[in-house]
Ligand binder design. Structure first.
Ligand SMILES: [Zn+2]
Length: 401
């Protein structure tokens, strides 16, 4: 039933079906929600809205509850989507830990598998293996691949690992898409981790009170994704790390992209490592000197270890990275006027990286007191990418074409 109706949403041009789709999408993204709010968000007359809601209820796509706050008299009715029978699978492919989640339409996680790869596997081998794990997970929940609404997969880690040049991305993505769709009898969606993580953060935490949402992560690369007016339009996988190449200083160091002074040269993990090594060569004291015998042994794990020991030299390098990251985010806010900024990635939870980033953004924006941007750290869960990958599947049934 759910499958048939959602497929109808995806394919039918009938104007009533389109209206039902609009309402269903609003309930999915904003529910539990009152009929009056829905009518105003959908720009529908209350009577039309009530009639369509009735139809969605009869098809069991939505359900009602009376948990809303009473404004005196009868308690208002709240509409939510009915998560029964709608199952999604999200996968984050990674060499470190691949994650598979099984979830319902509300993105509640029903089951999860983590897979660690000991050897370097081809993307195809990994997919075979991960699909086996999906089958086992589904069996445990008495489900079949056919009963899934679809599988969303974040593949950018693997494309980056394979050092694929950007101009080959489209062809390789097509190749992998064909490989998977030959094996699974359900809808498949491939995308980038940043757009999936942004989507999950937004859907689970900010959908009700953000119109211009900016999500960004700081790791070896620096990425961003924006969601404007509840509209999910993920950028191509090959452009996920473009934010790292915004210019911070035209007189700065040359970046791998050919430009000078890109953000990546100031705030990425590799930038922090370079800065630390430079200071050590100047003879500055650091606990790193006790952790390694030679400069060549310095890696991110050593730096993180030194940070947990509050090493002054590493803290200073981290702070400088956070400062520039904040400046770049503030620049992005000046353009997008984002009302919510969420910072994620490996560095955000380290020491006071987030606090310095936040202060740097706020200082830069303080001359525009009317730009009211709230800044938050990302939820520090490892499932967020997989959760968003599955979640994007349902959005794909509900896009306007
Ligand atoms: Zn660059």
């Amino acid at each position: 039933m759910l499958h048939t109706l959602l497929n109808e949403f995806r394919t039918s041009k009938n104007s009533k079906t389109q209206k039902l789709k609009v309402l269903y999408r609003l309930i999915l993204n904003h529910g539990p929600i009152r009929a009056e709010t829905l009518a105003s968000l959908a720009s529908m007359k209350p009577a039309t809205c009530a009639r369509l809601l009735d139809e969605l209820s009869k098809c069991q796509l939505i359900s009602t509850s009376e948990l809303g706050e009473s404004t005196g008299g009868r308690k208002p009715i709240l509409y939510s989507i009915n998560p029964a029978d709608g199952y999604l699978v999200g996968i984050e492919m990674s060499d470190i830990y691949s994650t598979i989640v099984l979830q319902n339409l509300k993105l509640d996680i029903l089951g999860m598998v983590k897979v660690k790869y000991e050897h370097l596997e081809t993307a195809e081998n990994m997919l075979d293996h991960l699909l086996n794990k999906v089958n086992t997970l589904l069996e445990e929940h008495h489900l079949k691949l056919e009963s899934l609404l679809g599988i969303g997969i974040a593949i950018d880690h693997i494309l980056e690992r394979d050092k694929l040049p950007y101009h080959q991305y489209s062809a390789r993505i097509q190749e992998l898409y064909r490989y998977i769709t030959d094996k699974v009898p359900c809808f498949v969606l491939l995308g980038s981790g940043i757009s999936f993580a942004a989507f999950a953060e937004y859907r689970l935490r900010y959908a009700s009170d953000s119109q211009r949402f900016l999500f960004t992560t700081c790791d070896t690369d620096i990425r961003s994704c924006t969601i404007i007016n509840n509209h999910y339009a993920p950028a191509p996988i090959s452009t996920a790390q473009a934010f790292g190449h915004t210019t911070i200083d035209i007189n700065g160091q040359r970046c791998e992209c050919g430009s000078f002074g890109c953000l990546k040269q100031y705030s990425s993990l590799s930038a922090i490592k370079t800065r630390i090594i430079k200071q050590l060569r100047l003879g500055k004291p650091s606990v790193i000197n006790e952790l390694v015998n030679h400069e060549s042994e310095i890696n991110y794990h050593i730096i993180f270890k030194a940070l947990t020991l509050n090493d002054a030299l590493c803290l200073e390098a981290l702070e400088e990275a956070a400062y520039y990251y904040g400046i770049a985010i503030a620049n992005a806010v000046l353009i997008t006027q984002a009302d919510v900024v969420v910072c994620g990635g490996t560095l955000t939870p380290k020491n006071h990286f987030f606090a310095v980033t936040k202060k740097s953004i706020e200082d830069k924006l303080s001359i525009f007191p009317h730009i009211k941007t709230r800044i938050y750290p990302a939820n520090d869960s490892y499932e967020i990418v997989a959760q968003g990958a599955g979640g994007m599947v349902i959005q794909n049934y509900l896009f306007d074409y």
